[in-house]
Each structure stands twice: as C-alpha cells, then as structure tokens.
Ligand binder design. Structure first.
Ligand code: FES
Length: 158
C-alpha cells in the first residue's frame, strides 16, 4: 500500500518549517531532502552507526529511525544549528583544531553526540566521553584524533 502524505510543522535549528511529507518519511530523509540540511548522514539506516545523529530537545537521537511526523512540537538541532563556517560551535572548533576525522563521514555523529553529553554534563570524565561515543562507528580508525578532539572540546567548555 502506498504511503499517504501529511502536512507537518517541524522546528529545526530554531526555525519553523511547514512541510508536506510522506507519513513514513524518516526525520533524516526530511532534513536532507526537504530542508537541504546535509550534516546528518545516511550510514546504516538502522539506528546502529550514529552517522545520522541530531539533537531532539537537546538529547542525541538517530534521525534515520525516527519518523518526522513523530516529533512535531519538539525542537530539532542539526550539525548546522551548532555553528557556521565563519563561527563554528565549541565542539566543532575542537574537531577542527585537532583534525578529529579522516574521511569525515562519522563526524556529524561524533560532534552532535558529544554536544548532547556536554548539554547534560558540562564536565564529563574520560570514561564518560568514551562511553558516550562508543556507539558511533568510525571505519577509518580515527579514534585517537576523535578522542583528542573530544577532550579539547571538554576543556574549552570548562
Ligand atoms: Fe542512522 Fe546509522 S544512519 S544510525
């Protein structure tokens, strides 16, 4: 059976968007295809890899497995909402400074997940940083640089 379409209003990066979307459209598809917000990436599509991570009401969430229609009334923040090229956010700055990536595909998930951690715990320990990031996959093996960037972000956040 074909999916129906519906009209929804999403609050993304502090702006309201009135959209007509398929009822089965994921938040990730709507962000990328309807709003041209391409920071969140499609990796596994199963909620496993973390490439699609966004903040919903400040908490990390996997946009590939969340229906866009299910988050009406919530506040979504994407990588683009954390800073700009000219004025990157604190976590983004740390990753730039420490060159915390190789191919960069996982970077969205690493940055947004770390931001979520800092939102609820401004002073995370090394163990807490590692626990938070451990479900974000990096196939390049850039974990040393990513952890260094994460530590740098925590220091800058103090
Ligand atoms: Fe969403 Fe992998 S693409 S968790």
């Amino acid at each position: 059976m074909a999916a129906s379409v519906q009209q929804i209003t999403l609050r993304v990066n502090r702006q309201e968007h009135h959209l007509t979307v398929r009822s089965d459209a994921s938040l990730l598809a709507v962000l990328r295809n309807d709003l041209a917000l391409n920071g969140a990436k499609y990796g596994c599509g199963l909620g496993e890899c973390g490439a699609c991570t966004v903040l919903i009401d400040g908490v990390a969430a996997r946009a590939c497995v969340i229906p866009a229609s299910g988050i009406v009334g919530r506040s979504v923040t994407t990588l683009e909402g954390l800073g700009t090229l000219e004025a990157p956010g604190l976590v983004q700055q740390a990753f730039i400074e420490k060159q915390g990536a190789q191919c960069g595909y996982c970077l969205n998930g690493m940055i947004v997940t770390l931001q979520a951690l800092l939102n609820r715990n401004p002073h995370p320990s090394e163990a807490e940083i590692r626990r938070e990031l451990k479900h974000n996959l990096c196939r390049c093996g850039a974990h040393i640089e990513i952890l260094e960037a994460a530590r740098c972000a925590v220091e800058m956040h103090q």
